[in-house]
Write a new protein. Structure first.
Length: 137
């Protein structure tokens, strides 16, 4: 089954690059900002991974991460931040908000793919644990 990756970025070049990086084994859904991404989520999209930028119009990455983590339906989806900012304060803020990984632009596509694959694996294991806990109680 193809994994679904929601990519949230206002850069058309990044949005165009993601399907190339992840290839035919993944479905990449694109959103230009956090507001558009939230609409997609509330319209029924349930991605296996979210990759988001920080600096975007309308709803930036910080607010988007916070909204995803506060929404019970989406709070366990892994969030990967891919940002032009290499500032330690931005990284710390993202992790405090609940991001699972952070990588600065420019980036190595192979490293992005490997980190994303690790997060996709964690999500799969987390959902198995959730099912086991549900059946125990």
């Amino acid at each position: 089954m193809k994994k679904v990756i929601l990519t949230v970025d206002d850069s058309t070049s990044i949005l165009s690059l993601m399907p190339v990086i992840f290839g035919p084994g993944h479905t990449v859904v694109k959103a230009r900002n956090g507001a558009e991404a939230m609409l997609k989520l509330y319209d029924g999209l349930f991605p296996d991974l979210i990759i988001t930028d920080l600096k975007m119009p309308e709803v930036d990455g910080f607010d988007f991460i916070e909204r995803v983590r506060c929404a019970e339906a989406f709070c366990k989806i892994p969030i990967f931040v891919l940002s032009g900012s290499d500032r330690s304060t931005d990284k710390v803020k993202c992790f405090k908000l609940g991001a699972d990984d952070y990588m600065s632009k420019p980036f190595n596509p192979e490293e992005l793919m490997m980190r994303a694959t690790n997060l996709l694996g964690r999500k799969r294991h987390a959902s198995v644990i959730d099912l086991a806990e549900t059946s125990i109680s």
